[in-house]
Design a protein around this ligand. Structure first.
Ligand code: SF4
Ligand code: SF4
Ligand code: FES
Length: 282
């Protein structure tokens, strides 16, 4: 039971934390004194301060806002700063490991740059010209539909848990975080580009089999699958697999929106003999 502040007496918690790098590593045991309201990131900081000054961990806000402290706690993708120690039964060892979908750098820090490269490929928001009076008018219901997706803090926990990224198609599948970004653009009432061909061919939406694992781990509670991915799948299916709509588009001739093109990225400036984040551990 996670009551956050149960009790006032100090207790000892047992943790097992991954220590290592791209060449290998193992779980090391630690004990920390707990206090009411303590979160897993506090415990890692305690270990850093008193036992292992070289332990690597990425964090910034300690408030669930920056998305930096993503890790796997007892195998589940979570933000360390938003996971209370009291969430776990007393005496139960708490295992903290780095996100497994991304190459490890050191200890709890992984190289998530793959996500930033994916983000750069998405054709950006391209609004229509302003109205004659200089404004952009939109219906509130259109805005409400995409507002939820803007809560994303880019923690990449959804990317970490997605089995398509973990086990199969890291480079040809955008992943849940970027599928909701594509859904945001596709549903945006001002945007003028048709990205559906890219969503199908370059960002691999067909690989998603709507298991909803991404939705379950999202710390912002975004209904990634039901509100983002499934409507986006339907829009792509309408365009390419609905014979009536296909015939209608051929008869009517022109596309309503110009088709978006994949953004061509400049070559990676990093020297090839210096790995950015070690080898992929998948
Ligand atoms: S619903 Fe789709 S994107 Fe989300 S975890 Fe499952 S396969 Fe991945
Ligand atoms: S959608 Fe949720 S889980 Fe995925 S990156 Fe954004 S906040 Fe994190
Ligand atoms: S430290 Fe910012 S989300 Fe955890």
């Amino acid at each position: 039971m996670d009551n956050g502040n149960a009790g006032t007496a100090s207790k000892t918690a047992k943790l097992r934390v991954f220590r290592g790098d791209a060449s290998g590593g193992k779980l090391e045991p630690y004990e920390v004194e707990t206090y009411p309201g303590m979160v897993v990131l506090d415990a890692i900081h305690d270990i850093q301060a008193k036992q292992e000054p070289t332990m690597a961990v990425r964090w910034n806000c300690k408030a669930g806002r920056c998305g930096s402290c993503s890790a796997e706690i007892n195998g589940k993708p979570r933000l360390m700063c938003m996971t209370r120690m009291s969430h776990y039964a007393e005496g139960e060892p708490i295992t903290v490991t780095p996100m497994r979908a991304f190459p490890i750098i050191r200890d709890l820090v992984t190289d998530v740059s793959h996500n930033f490269e994916m983000a750069k490929k998405i054709p950006p928001f391209t609004p229509r010209p302003r109205d004659a009076d200089g404004t952009w008018r939109m219906k509130q219901e259109d805005i409400d539909r995409i507002q939820e997706f803007r809560k994303c803090i880019e923690c990449f926990l959804c990317q970490d848990v997605c089995h398509v990224i973990r086990d199969h198609r890291k480079d040809t599948f955008a992943g849940p975080r970027f599928l909701i970004q594509l859904a945001t653009l596709d549903m945006h009432p001002l945007d003028t580009l048709d990205r559906r061909e890219l969503v199908k061919d370059e960002f691999g939406i067909g690989y998603c089999n709507i298991t909803r694992c991404c939705t379950e781990v999202c710390p912002e509670g975004i209904r990634i699958t039901d509100n983002g991915i499934i409507p986006l799948k339907e829009r792509v299916a309408d365009q390419y697999f609905d014979p009536i709509r296909w015939i209608a588009s051929k008869v009517s001739g022109e596309e309503k929106k110009p088709k978006a093109k994949l953004r061509v990225l400049p070559p990676d400036p990093r020297p090839t003999d210096v790995p950015a984040g070690g080898k992929d551990r998948r």
